[in-house]
Design a protein around this ligand. Structure first.
Ligand code: NI
Length: 166
């Protein structure tokens, strides 16, 4: 397992635009492997390369905990449903917080897979939400920028309060 440091909010790299990947070099393959390890260690369900300090359009998404994450290179959301859903999100770069975000219920995604083959697919619900969140990272956007006002909560504070009550 090879863990990389997860950049935290306030680090200006998180606000930068990631660049297209033209060739999957050994270095990028190693990056993807390290991203998978890092996400697993932190118990996340998605991670963008910028979160470990690399401004490349690479994201990994794990909508199902027990399955290998989906790797998307140069992902683009080419269409979104009018129907939206509001649900809770967290981010490994915004440690200790969760908040509600409105996202499209269904999206169509164009990307390259881990072998740089083109693909296009539909995603819905939680999977669509993760992809939207990670693609935002590639554009320097954090979920806290679009959180439903008043819903951002400090998870640690809540835990401390629970402990204090016991
Ligand atoms: Ni995130």
């Amino acid at each position: 397992m090879s863990e990389r440091t997860v950049r935290q909010t306030g680090d200006e790299i998180l606000r930068k635009q990631s660049k297209d990947v033209s060739e999957l070099t050994d270095r990028l393959k190693e990056l993807i492997s390290d991203m998978k390890d890092t996400m697993k260690i932190h118990g996340g369900c998605g991670l963008a390369a910028v979160q470990v300090g690399v401004l490349k359009k690479i994201i990994i998404c794990a909508p199902e905990e027990d399955k290998d994450p989906v790797v998307l290179i140069n992902p683009e959301i080419i269409s979104v449903s009018d129907e939206t859903e509001e649900d809770s999100e967290g981010c490994l770069s915004v440690d200790g917080y969760r908040g509600k975000v409105v996202r499209p219920k269904n999206i169509v995604v164009k990307a390259k897979d881990e072998n740089m083959n083109d693909m296009e697919f539909d995603a819905e619900g939680f999977f669509a939400r993760i992809i939207c969140h990670e693609v935002d990272h590639l554009n320097g956007v954090l979920y806290t920028d679009k959180v439903v006002p008043g819903t951002l909560e400090d998870i640690n504070k809540e835990n401390n309060e629970v402990e204090a009550e016991e």
